[in-house]
Design a protein around this ligand. Structure first.
Ligand SMILES: Cc1ncc(COP(=O)(O)O)c(C=O)c1O
Length: 394
């Protein structure tokens, strides 16, 4: 009856069973995985956000496959503020970056072909790939006092014929490692893309959340000119408004590739026309609210991180991996138990919910991932219990 691409294992894993049991027993859970910004006690400009949805122009339906021009201009202004020029004609609005990924996979990849994506990274890639009948081939990001990916290893994968790879995904900064792509890495990646006729897909949803400036870093991929490049971002992280469902793709690269890409993408987007008029009209105002919410988020993330560091003494066998930006921290702890065992015990016995590293496909045991968004009170209580458990176990 059902397509094999939906043959997911629907059996709950040990962690989801433990959550279910705790909830059923009415026991509290301190959620250190919370990354929904609308649930983390930030103050949003409610009047501006809600008021922007009441634009009378929304009463008229003016379908445009790329999305409302005024909204695309606001996106172009967002990039211009970073010194990156993206003409509105090269921007497509979508309902989410997930939808943008699907559009791009339909544009670039035939069934059975593959896309290279970082590992560890965002767990949804596996589903987005499966739903679009393509294979996800991981390239590893390794930790040596900071995260780096090995462009030579990517080149090696591509050299093995017959390479079915059609695109390379970079996440800038990556979730959950918080590592950005450097200018040098981009130079090598773009050369790989050119040599093998691949597209580059750059996910920049967390790009505004860098902890410190670093001139070696790529500012944005949206003005890459030497490889066909699709840069993704949206309101869900920039303005911490995931519920508004508005994201975009910016297209750049050699004109002889950009023009056919725009023409084909336009037909894909025209088939769905998925962005609603009220949200498209509201985009300029909603983007502006980033100026009030981003400082709050950065302050929270920095202060949780700083506090975490004060708790990590040589007596506790836990370290925090270096992170350059984003909303997460990765803890390394003794691999005397599997990540899943740590996470299940923390939940069942201490009421603390953390993500085991395998959720993000870390290559080795001994990693837990925590969100830095929870209020300092929840974060401190939760982390104290994590550290107490590891101390007892050690
Ligand atoms: C790397 C990355 N890309 C995209 C998204 C989701 O963005 P959207 O809500 O626009 O689909 C997330 C959400 O956590 C993410 O971590």
């Amino acid at each position: 009856m059902f397509a094999s691409r939906t043959d997911w294992s629907l059996t709950p894993n040990r962690l989801s069973k433990a959550i279910e049991e705790r909830r059923r027993a009415g026991l509290p859970i301190l959620d250190l995985t919370e990354s929904n910004p609308t649930r983390c006690a930030f103050s949003f400009e409610a009047e501006k956000v809600l008021g922007s949805l009441a634009d009378p122009r929304s009463l008229t339906y003016e379908p445009d496959p790329k999305g409302l021009l005024r909204a695309r201009q606001a996106v172009a202004e967002y990039y211009a503020e970073r010194g990156v020029q993206v003409p509105p004609e090269r921007i497509f609005l979508t309902a989410s970056t997930s939808e943008a990924y699907s559009f791009l996979f339909r544009l670039l990849v035939n069934p059975g072909e593959a896309v290279l994506a970082p590992r560890p990274s965002y767990p949804l890639f596996e589903f987005l790939a499966g739903l679009n009948d393509l294979e996800l081939l991981p390239y590893s990001i390794a930790y040596h006092d900071g995260w780096q990916f090995d462009v030579q290893a990517i080149a090696e994968i591509l050299r093995h014929p017959p390479s079915r790879v059609r695109a390379i995904v970079v996440v800038h900064p990556n979730n959950p490692t918080g590592s950005f792509v450097s200018r040098e890495e981009l130079r090598l990646l773009a050369a790989c893309c050119r040599e093998h006729g691949l597209a580059l897909i750059a996910d920049e949803v967390f790009a505004d959340y860098a902890f410190e400036a670093d001139a070696r870093r790529v500012v944005s991929h949206a003005d890459v000119q030497d490889a066909l490049t699709f840069t993704l971002s949206g309101l869900s992280k920039i303005s911490a408004l995931p519920q508004m469902k508005l994201a975009w793709v910016a297209v750049s690269g050699p004109p002889e590739l950009v023009q056919p890409a725009l023409a084909r993408l336009e037909i894909i987007a025209d088939t769905y026309l998925s962005v609603s008029a009220p949200v498209a009209h509201a985009l300029p105002a909603m983007l502006e609210t980033r100026h009030s919410v981003q400082p709050q988020i950065l302050e929270r993330v920095r202060s949780n991180l700083a506090w975490l560091d004060t708790e990590l003494s040589p007596e506790v066998p836990v370290t925090r991996l270096r992170v350059e930006g984003g909303w997460y921290a990765v803890l390394r702890l003794p691999a005397i138990e599997s990540d899943e065992d740590w996470a299940v015990k923390l939940l069942a016995e201490d009421g603390i919910f953390v993500h085991p590293g395998h959720f993000y496909d870390f290559g080795a045991e001994g990693h837990l991932v925590v969100s830095l968004l929870p209020t300092t009170e929840i974060f401190r209580k939760g982390i104290s219990k994590v550290l107490a458990r590891v101390r007892r176990a050690g």
